[in-house]
Write a protein that binds this ligand. Structure first.
Ligand code: NAD
Length: 334
């Protein structure tokens, strides 16, 4: 099986590639993987170690919205898993154009090429943020799309474009919408790695507003397993929510991190709230559970402790990113 993985050098995409090439998914044991990645600030070649020299992996530097490179890499593929995106809400608030270009135009370019080359299946990886902020209850796959940030709006647009290609051209598109991921190799601008690396650097954790915004946390390994299930056994044209089952306030998450790092509560610094900050996300993920047998395996406290340990043991991965990108780092992002 030949799989094209877009954004395969980023946090989640690289975990997916390492799982495929590491033999974690039986059905993909013979897979040949092509990674298409623009290597933006978030795409790191070292995330693909120890497979960079593996003959089963081909890495192509290029942009998903570039029809020439997409046409070239699409040739001969059996499946596409589409992770490539601008993914940081705060950056989309500062400037949204890149989000529309990569997330919307990139998805359009990709599905058109998949259609032209007769690719068997395309899994489009999306987010619970497309449903917007929920005062109560949980969003199932029929819940209206009410994205609030430019990031979420660009993801909602990309979902609709991908699904339209199923309806109009019968391309086998499957959309996944997952909650907030955490784990190793996440760029230190999102809440959990930012909090951990700040503490490791002796700095405080900035917390937006009253810190009571609620997110559902999903370990990146569980997310990737859910994506693989959808690729193997999902139905064409369907949307699958992938949840983690751990809803916590941002304050709870930072307090857990403080405890794991043996730091005092004074290390939290409340800062002015993010513009348009969504209060609560919550996913109903019974469909993937009942149809495909998915359930998250990682308990949050254990997964978080492992993540703290990874950042503690891998300073050489994140220290250069913080130095190189410091001027560009937004204060927070979830
Ligand atoms: P990330 O920012 O860590 O990685 C994104 C990757 O895409 C990087 O390797 C980057 O170089 C690449 N990329 C960016 N623009 C590109 C372009 N124009 N062409 C080709 N490659 C490009 O993001 P992530 O956290 O790994 O997220 C992956 C996907 O999962 C995204 O589609 C995101 O919307 C979705 N998602 C993420 C989360 C989360 O909590 N991180 C939650 C829900 C959904």
């Amino acid at each position: 099986m030949r799989i094209l993985v877009t954004g395969g050098a980023g946090f989640i995409g690289s975990r997916y590639v390492r799982a495929v090439l590491g033999g974690e998914y039986e059905s993909a044991a013979d897979a040949l993987v092509t990674v298409l990645d623009a290597f933006t600030y978030a795409g790191r070649p070292e995330n693909l170690e120890p497979y960079m020299a593996d003959p089963r992996l081909r890495v192509v530097r290029g942009r998903v919205e570039d029809p020439v490179v997409v046409d070239e890499v699409m040739r001969g593929q059996d499946a596409v898993v589409h992770f490539a995106a601008e993914s940081h809400v705060d950056r989309s608030i500062t400037s949204g154009t890149e989000f529309t270009r990569t997330n919307v135009l990139g998805t359009q370019t990709l599905v058109e090429a998949a259609q032209r080359h007769g690719v068997g299946v395309l899994v489009h990886v999306s987010t619970d943020e497309t449903y917007g902020s929920l005062p109560s209850g949980s969003a199932d796959e029929r819940y209206p799309l009410r994205p609030n940030s430019p990031y979420a709006a660009s993801k909602a647009g990309s979902d609709l474009i991908a699904l339209a290609h199923h309806r109009t051209h019968s391309l086998d598109v499957r959309v996944t919408r997952c909650s907030n991921n955490y784990g190793s190799h996440q760029f230190p601008e999102k809440l959990i790695p930012l909090a951990i690396t700040n503490l490791l650097d002796g700095r405080r954790i900035p917390l937006y507003g009253d810190g009571l915004n609620i997110r559902d946390w999903l370990h990146v390994d569980d997310h990737c397993r859910g994506i693989q299930l959808v690729l193997e056994r999902g139905r064409p044209g369907e949307i699958y929510n992938i949840g983690g089952g751990t809803e916590l306030t941002n304050r709870d998450v930072t307090q857990l991190i403080l405890r794991l790092c043996e730091e005092s509560p004074d290390m939290i610094e409340y800062v002015a709230d993010r513009k348009g900050h969504d209060r609560r996300y919550s996913l109903d993920w019974r469909k993937i559970r009942d149809e495909l047998g998915y359930t998250p395996r990682q308990d949050f406290t254990t997964g978080l402790a492992d993540t703290v340990r990874w950042y503690t043991d891998n300073r050489s991965w994140w220290e250069p990113l913080r130095r190189r990108d410091r001027a560009d780092l937004t204060p927070l992002g979830y």
